[in-house]
Write a protein that binds this ligand. Structure first.
Ligand code: NAP
Length: 429
């Protein structure tokens, strides 16, 4: 007997699920990992910061899974458009949605849809050469940018905006983004947190990187740092040590100043068609909650990047938890034979590794709940692909794209990412 599984999405959640299924079912499972892009690895390629190459190195583990005979990458197939979920459920014994959370949570204040307000999903996608965002073309001929949020994505965005070309030399920053970022006139970057240093979600390693930038000095208002914290979580203690250091820095001592500004929540984005300033409210924190104070201030800025979390894209017919921005599920089970894992299951939290136990749990459910139903699986999908004249990108094709990107790289850069579908597919011609 062979259980046929379709995993939709080839990011960490998808690959850990495939790995777990093979571990649990061995040769009794046949897996297709389907992705709408011609490239695998999801957030590893398009989310992890371009200067964090060591984190991106985890793809080598997924590559081993790709090389198993019962696992296949099927790229360039848009589930929902080229093939529907219903069709896949008819073809496979189990379908796993590992589609991540590619949409920005809206900032939800007046003016949040003005030009120049660009959510982190789009902004990070743009500098990481995600084909959906090649044309974003943000205007960085401005003096001030505001990054909203105190998580690691906000830290990534602030750092990538602040780094010099030399500091990005061994990154895979998209060429179109390097052109704009490295010619920008930015002098000030604000990173606003609506709560305080004790509640911030960033982690010490990432925060520490903001203290060693060549052209950018990071500052924080010493009055915003707690005086006597007593016993705190080691992560918070290390964050506080970095922040103490930043509080001694002098704004303006380098060409760019990154202001980490706590206790400030956005109230309104102002501007005619394009953002020109941001109205903020001073807050205080009580029992961990953000409380309004009625005290306001404004900063002029030409770009606002809300880094405040993501949402999974709803799929017609699949139950959706609108508040959580993810699929409704019970420990990964959505409906008979339909599962979800990763951010699509639990929301946008945790590190890459957090997806592993998540995926192993879903694989365990599949191994115990699903039996071989004589469904065609792989051959059924191939028939649909042929019938609809779709161009499915194989793992071998991907390796050719990867090779072309590597050959095109100059200096210490690991690769030059092709930034649109045409360029990616041209590499196969
Ligand atoms: P996150 O860690 O949840 O941070 C979101 C931030 O946005 C929080 O500071 C939150 O404040 C703030 N926020 C939410 N709604 C807001 C609003 N309406 N107005 C103002 N601020 C608001 O999310 P993330 O930074 O997007 O990261 C997602 C996940 O990826 C996290 O688990 C993160 O650690 C991970 N990640 C890891 C790395 C790395 O390890 N290098 C890099 C990038 C991302 P409150 O706390 O007050 O809600």
């Amino acid at each position: 007997m062979t259980i046929c599984v379709a995993i939709i999405g080839s990011g960490p959640a998808g690959y850990y699920t495939a790995e777990a299924l093979v571990k649990s079912l061995g040769d009794d499972v046949c897996i297709d990992i389907i992705d709408r892009l011609p490239t695998p690895y999801g957030l590893i390629r398009a989310g992890v910061a371009p200067d964090h190459q060591s984190i991106k190195g985890v793809y080598r583990r997924y590559e081993k899974t790709n090389l198993l005979t019962n696992v296949r990458f099927v790229g360039n197939i848009d589930v929902g458009d080229a093939v529907t979920i219903e069709e896949l459920r008819d073809l496979y014994d189990a379908v796993v949605l590992a589609v991540g959370a590619p949409n920005d949570r809206p900032l939800g204040v007046p003016g949040h849809d003005l030009d120049g307000v660009i959510g982190s999903a789009a902004f990070v996608g743009w500098y990481n050469a995600h084909p959906d965002f090649e044309a974003l073309d943000p205007n960085l001929n401005i003096e001030t940018a505001a990054v909203i949020g105190n998580g690691n994505v906000a830290v990534d965005v602030a750092r990538v905006l602040a780094k010099t070309p030399e500091e990005m030399e061994n990154s895979d920053l998209a060429r179109h983004a390097a052109e704009i970022i490295h010619n920008s006139t930015l002098k000030h970057i604000y990173m606003f947190g609506r709560r305080g240093p004790l509640e911030a979600k960033f982690t010490p390693k990432e925060l520490g990187e903001l203290g060693v930038l060549t052209n950018c000095v990071t500052v924080v208002n010493p009055d915003h740092l707690p005086k006597d914290v007593g016993e705190v979580d080691p992560v918070v203690r290390k964050n506080l040590a970095h922040l103490e250091g930043f509080s001694k820095n002098e704004a303006g001592s380098k060409p760019v100043t990154l202001h980490i500004e706590f206790y400030a929540k956005p109230l309104e984005v102002l501007g005619e068609n394009h953002v020109s300033s941001l109205k903020m409210e001073r807050t205080r924190v009580e029992d961990g909650a953000c409380i309004s104070t009625g005290e306001y201030f404004e900063i002029d800025c030409g770009l606002v990047v809300p880094c405040i979390g993501y949402r999974t894209l709803p799929i017609p017919g699949v139950p959706y938890d609108n508040d959580g921005g993810r699929f409704k599920n019970e420990n990964g089970l959505i409906d008979s034979g339909l599962y979800c894992t990763g951010w699509a299951r639990r929301g946008p939290s945790g590190t890459i590794g957090t997806n592993r136990p998540d995926a192993f749990e879903v694989a365990e459910h599949i191994a115990t709940q699903i039996s071989d139903n004589d469904k065609p699986g792989r051959s059924g999908l191939d028939a649909l692909i042929k019938e609809r004249d779709l161009w499915a990108v194989t793992f071998r094709d991907w390796k050719r794209i990867e090779e072309a990107e590597t050959i095109a790289a100059e200096g210490d850069a690991p690769r030059v990412k092709f930034a649109n579908r045409g360029q990616l597919l041209d590499a196969l011609k």
